[in-house]
Ligand binder design. Sequence first.
Ligand code: BGC
Length: 664
Amino acid sequence: MTVSGPMAVEEHRNWEDVDYTSLLNGQAFPPDFMWGVATASHQIEGGNTNNWTRFEPRSKSGQESGDACDHWNRKDADLELIQDLNVTHYRFSLEWSRIEPEMGTWNEDAIEWYSELVDQLLEKGIQPMVTLHHFTNPLWWEDMGAFENESNIVYWIRFCSKMFEVLRDRVEWWCTINEPAVYASMGYVLGEFPPGERSFKKTRKVSLNLMRAHARCYRTLKSMEHGDSRKIGLVKNINLFDPYRRWNPLHRFQANVLDKMFNRCWIDGLKTGRFKPPSALRSISIDGLKGSSDFIGVNYYTHLLATPFMPTKVEIDPLIRPWEERTDFRYPMYAEGLKRAFEMVSPLNLPIIVTENGVADNDDDMRPEHVRRHLHITAEAIQHGHDIRGFFHWSLMDNFEWAEGYEQCFGLYHVDFETQQRTLRESGKLYANIAQSHRMPQVVILAGGLGTRLGEMTKHQPKSLVEVGGKPILSHILEWVKRQGCYRALVLTGHHGDQFDGFHFPGIELTFVKEPEQLGTGGALWNARDHLEDEFILLWGDDYHPIDYTPLVHNHREASSRLTMTVTTEHDEMNLQHEAGRLIHYAKTGDIPKGFNGYEAGTSVVNKSVVMDFGKEGTWSWEKTVYPALSTEIHVHLDSTKFWDMGTPERLEQLENFFNESGL
Ligand code: BGC
């Protein structure tokens, strides 16, 4: 069904007919998709003193944030909750009022807390995304007028640079300002957020300064060390406005005006560098604004139906279509609008990240369907060519919902605010399953092999620990693995496993499994079976094989294969025959029969069921046992990217040269 007219079509689908199977079998999203959950400091930390704490007694709900989720004191346990959701990324914000409680006074303990949070996330293989401004200001800055005065921006930039210095070596993803249009309209038009004003004049000034601040922040961080390689972007809430009656020109006019003020002027500003603040008559050029985002963050929640008599107070129920369902927030669930949000930002030609999407639904009877619908729309948009890189569910857990206080519950975890107990909701389980079925599989590295031809060096040292280009080959392998979006690795260390003690690799959750004696490749896998995920990527710890994992994993999943091996056709020896995408014949050693046309290049995707079928105690070889037995069933993924082994001193030197030349 569509409610159409001259404006953007307001599509409505019959969701009963939609097939969600691909959401759960890992085939709706690319394997390197970012799966995340999002929070904001003031909504979860508790114990803050900022513009919000001062405003709360006179806010709509009158509820005070108080201890919130007491996250400041429960960080470690909450990190486990995040990990249990199988997400690859976590978006959180830095509380400026904690970090710089007085102008120019830095609270090192607070800085250390965030720094530790980042380290802990990386240890767990969860990649951090930092938001630099999410609605809150320190009181000293609020008293100076916050974003009302252009001259105040310099203080915020100083804070951003300071935190960038601290975290830039470990944090890749940075959001400058969360939802500038919400900050401006809620604080200065509707008066529901601090400072609780209703002034168009101030709204214009604040909007302009928010855009200036964003642009300056982007340019400043980009010019700093590591700035080049970090991804920095604006987070824009897209709130759709549709005319309540399409045929009514007044409704259309109203929808259009609101759309321009809330959405279009901000997006156009980013695109052109000229910004026309809401209700302003002319646009103003902002230095450095054009192109000041490496990605665009989209926060999407709903659409609103416009009439000239729309309530300007949130207490009055907004209009909805008769078939729509209201969320606890009273606005409707309208997943189709997410597609329109993608279309709206697509002229920016930037990678898109859904930095927030979720629903207030305390009893969780709507959230599972909300999650499915919005992910379905996102997957479809990717298929239609939109460059969407990730999806962050709002929110990890129930929290302090600004002017609504604790009444609106957005969490995948329910929080009992009396006891601070967190309970995973059904929707949380669903989200965790969808993320797990899509994310890059665990990587399993056979890292215990000793070098027989490398001389003294590796008689007692696993080859994977041999240094090349200044660090162990294993670190180079993990670097590649991480770039491919794999954040969990199981390292099978052989019987010299103690030598891996103290080995770290931030950004990947590492598990080491040692062997009591030399077990061979098959024995090593069997020995580690309790740690294997249902699907994993198998690698050799002494080979560097920089192939693109996305098509490999995609092929494996699409073919419902149990074992997919990468085969190169450009190698001086051949050890297998393949035909029509299947392995026909494999021979690791001995005479190479005629007709052999490929070489096993080392990176394969394996379902754990194969290990369980062939598993046995003792020493055995994976490749010599499984490959011949499963030939014709094994899928072949052709990729002739050169792989590097380091079995001999000459090859080690070649690999060293490769690293030096490629800068990897
Ligand atoms: C904000 C969040 C808020 C969420 C739900 C977003 O606009 O960024 O802080 O909790 O909406 O209303």
